[in-house]
Design a binder for this molecule. Sequence first.
Ligand code: SAM
Length: 276
Amino acid sequence: MAAMTDEGPSIDRTRPSIARVYDYLLGGTDNYAVDREIGDVFKRDLPGSVAIAFANRAALVRAVAEIVTTTDVRQFIDLGSGLPTADNVHQIAQRHAPESRVVYVDIDPQVLVHGRTLLAENDRTRVVAGDVRKPEEVRAHPETLALIDFERPVAVILSAVLHHVNDEEDPAGIVRYWRDQVPPGSYFFLSHFRSGDNPETAEAEGILHQTFGRGRWRTDEEIASLLDGLEILDPGIVPAPLWRPDDADGPRHGGGGQEITVWERLIAAGLARKSA
Ligand code: SAM
């Protein structure tokens, strides 16, 4: 456990963190030796882990761009946002609609450190140190209330975070909570480790458990059930590279284009809307 200070939990450099290992896989520099050591185990034993991270991130970028260019939604809550990377939710949204507001939420204390820098340069972006498993606290946080108007539609981003929430911690209940807090016309983007009936799934799950003591691969049906009560939009819950690929990516479903790898199939993405 990271130690608590007046400013929240302090950064523990002796144990790997999910956010920092993920940052390392994406080629970032916000990580310590302990994270790189585990990241290298991932790269060696799970050669597709880098592809999974990039496929996930690319789907998130496409989803945010899609929301902001095709709907009137201009406020985002990014739960389990991770460390800043190449293209962050506020940068994508504000590129298309500068008035967009984004609240980032993460349990990792290092994310909060970046939040202070972000806040200094962008008053439409806030960072909350929060636990997705305690959605009431995130909802009531002054930084959330400062930017999000819950009378207007919100885009709730749950990108690669709910697989870190165990069944007994009720991941579906987390989505249900936010579904009840936001008005019709709100969107939910979800990406999630996707189990295929293959050795790669078992291997990946095993390594994640060894490292972080958690990590739950779910089937497409289980992932879809996390979005219960919401309308899942086309093309449904699919491997992340197949979720509304850019034309530039070419067809990636085997129809003459580049096949997606077994690794890239281990991460699914989907977008859902709260209907009236
Ligand atoms: N959402 C980003 C993305 O898709 O690129 C980052 C995903 S990263 C794999 C998972 C993130 O979830 C990490 O930053 C980790 O700290 C955060 N996380 C894990 N459990 C959490 C929890 N209970 N509450 C808040 N954040 C959590």
